[in-house]
Each structure stands twice: as C-alpha cells, then as structure tokens.
Design a protein around this ligand. Sequence first.
Ligand code: PMT
Length: 398
Amino acid sequence: MLLGVTGGIAAYKTPDLVRLLIKKGFDVRVAMTKNAEQFVTPVSLRSVSGHRVLTADWDTQEDPFDHLNVGAGLSVALIAPATANFLGKLAHGVADDLLLTTVLALECPLYVAPAMNPRMYANPAVQENIKTLTARGITVIPPSAGAMACGDEGEGRLPALETLVALMEKAAGLNADLSGKKIIVTAGPTEEPIDAVRFISNRSSGRMGVAIAEAARERGAEVTLIHGPLAVPVPDNMTDVPVRTAKEMLDALTERFAACDMLVMAAAVSDFRPARVSDAKVKKNGAELSIALEPNPDILERLGRMKGGRVIIGFAAETENLLANAREKLMKKNLDLICANDVSRSDIGFDSAYNEVHIIGRAGEPVLLGRMEKRALAHRILDEAVKLLPPSRAAAQG
Ligand code: PMT
C-alpha cells in the first residue's frame, strides 16, 4: 500500500501508523510533501517502512518516473493526515508536487483522512472539496472529535490509528474477521419517564457503543445498533433501532437476539423506573413530592439465559471494587467477557472520548486496556471477542 503524508501536526503519528500496518501484513511505501517534513522526517519513515521514501525533492529520486512506478500493483492508498491544502489541490487536479502527481496516477482505491483545526474543517470550501472527492469515488474518512493540539475542541483529529488500519485491511481484503457475522450493539442511556416532560436518565453519551458498532462494521460485520438518545450521530451502513426506555430496549433485543452471533451491551440501562407515569406535567404545589421507583428488567440477565452458542459481552460501570463487582456481573449474567470501567473518573467512561477497561473472561487473568480513544479501544475489545466466535464453516473446512 501507499501512505501519503501531508503537513499537519498529526503527521508525527505516521511512524506508529506504518508500524501497525506492517504488523498486519502490509508492505508500506511512503510518499510525503515538503511541509510534512516539518513534522516527521523521511529518515524516520524510511527506518520503519524499510523502503526509500518519496519526498518532494525530485533531485533525490532514483527514477524520474517514481511517481508512476510507485502506484503499480498497489492494493490501496491512504493519505493521512490530509491537510485542507492537499484536499483542495486534489479536488482540482493540481499536481504541483510528487505526492499529488503520484496520487493522480493511482489506479487503486484511495482513502483520505482529513486532519486539521475544527474551524478549518467546517469551512464551506473544505466541505465542498470533500464532496467533490467523495463524488469521484475517493473515500474520505471522517475525523474524530476532541481536543486539538491548538487548544480548540471539535471535529478535526486524525481518527485512531487502529481505525485507519482496520479500514486499510478491509479495503485490501485482509481483515474481514467479522464478515458474515450478525452483531448487535447497544449504546447510550435509557430514559424512564416521570411525567409528560420529565425523565430519569444518566450521563451516557453513546460514544462507547457507537465506536464498537463502527469497528464491527469496519471488520465486515452486519451491525444492528439499538440505542437510547445519543450525543453522537449513528454511523452509516448499519441497522438503526432507536429506543427510549429499558423496556423498549428489552423488546428490541428480544426480537433480534435469536438471529445474532454476538451481542455487545455498552448501553447504560436505567436500573429503576418510576412506578407510575403521569400523562400530564406534574404541577408543583409547594408540598414535597416522592417518586416511587420499581426495578427495570435486567436485560443481559434475561438474554444470558437464552445464550446458546452466541457470544455476549457486557460492560460493568463501577465506582468501587471494580474487578470483583465486574466478575460477579460476568457470572450472574452468563457473559463471555465483561469490560470493567471505573466511572468515578472524569478522564474516561461516561461522556468522554476516552475509556480504559479491564477485560475479564470466564477464565484467566483480567487484561488491562489502558486509557485510549474509544474508537481504538473498540477494536481492541473486538480483537478479544473474535477469538470466542465459533470458526466459520468455510474456515473449519479449509
Ligand atoms: O456512553 P458513553 O458516554 O460512551 O459511556 C460509556 C459507558 C460508561 C456507558 C460504558 O462504557 C458502560 O460502562 N456501559 C455499561 C453501563 C451499565 O449500565 O453498567 P452496569 O454495571 O450498571 O450494568 C452491567 C451490564 O448490564 C451492562 O452491560 C448493562 O448494559 C447491562 N444492564 C444493566 C442494567 C439493566 N437493567 N439491564 C442490563 O442489561
């Protein structure tokens, strides 16, 4: 594959990206712009890729046709990070450096991963260029949201390297370890109404569940996302099942569970709901108001009883005795794996772009997956989950 690197701060991540790609079996050729050299050196990229790097300096090219030769036989090409400048030039067919001339001559699928300041990314000119590139069949990988190096917050970060690697594997036909599998993921909070306008809920944004749904789709699964109200958009190319209450989530899952191969339950389901719901808005009259709560069904516990050969993965949201409480839930709910996260921390868990989990299986020691972006963590969790799926018939025969 070809990795094109342009001059954004995220270029410093590309040696790690090359290392991860090589680990997955890619032979990576790197081409970089002059500005990219401000953030990462050709020597670093040559060291990790094991190949001469194509730079903007024509004089150092061994062959004057390098920009044409490098494209021959490629499975896929990725430009990461792709700056606003690069996107603009590519959208208009400008070929004023070696990377652009190389990319214009490519015949393989091309992916670009824009990474820039959120205000630059939102600029209509940049968005128009992205539309143009998409219309030409180039896959534009949406950037992640979060804190930027410049101090701004918003959409513009280079996606987790694991996400880029999974996309490249899929594009090159290397990673389809969930292909043919039906996976249900739940995400977000439930809302339990008190009256016509009020409800009980929690701080779940849905980011963790959405990241897992997206990662499963990237690995070839047929994904159904059953979710409460989300703070993030539902990704494309999956079945979208919005629900509100725990009861609705149970019904949606009961209807679909039998047909799935795997369930990942990242939703923060409310354990209680008001015993009585008023159709009208409850009026204040100066007196105290008590709301009686009754328990909601434990969805995972019910589905755990109908598990059969399916893989079930739960989450444990704990504020104390993290591992012991999570282990108890794993056994009680008949799960294969549980991801224990400490929700007393503000730098991970609820409504954060990051999480840290201990993955606990039915045997063996817990595995700590240290603090990382939820999109990266999602792939790490699926790496463990895939090992539990029964071998597909084709693999078993072959
Ligand atoms: O949504 P984000 O902002 O990204 O935050 C992510 C998260 C913190 C919500 C997520 O990582 C997480 O921990 N999700 C599970 C939250 C939870 O409900 O944990 P619990 O320990 O109360 O429940 C254990 C398991 O049983 C969970 O898989 C839960 O989905 C499930 N459950 C809980 C209650 C219930 N009535 N039915 C259930 O099935």
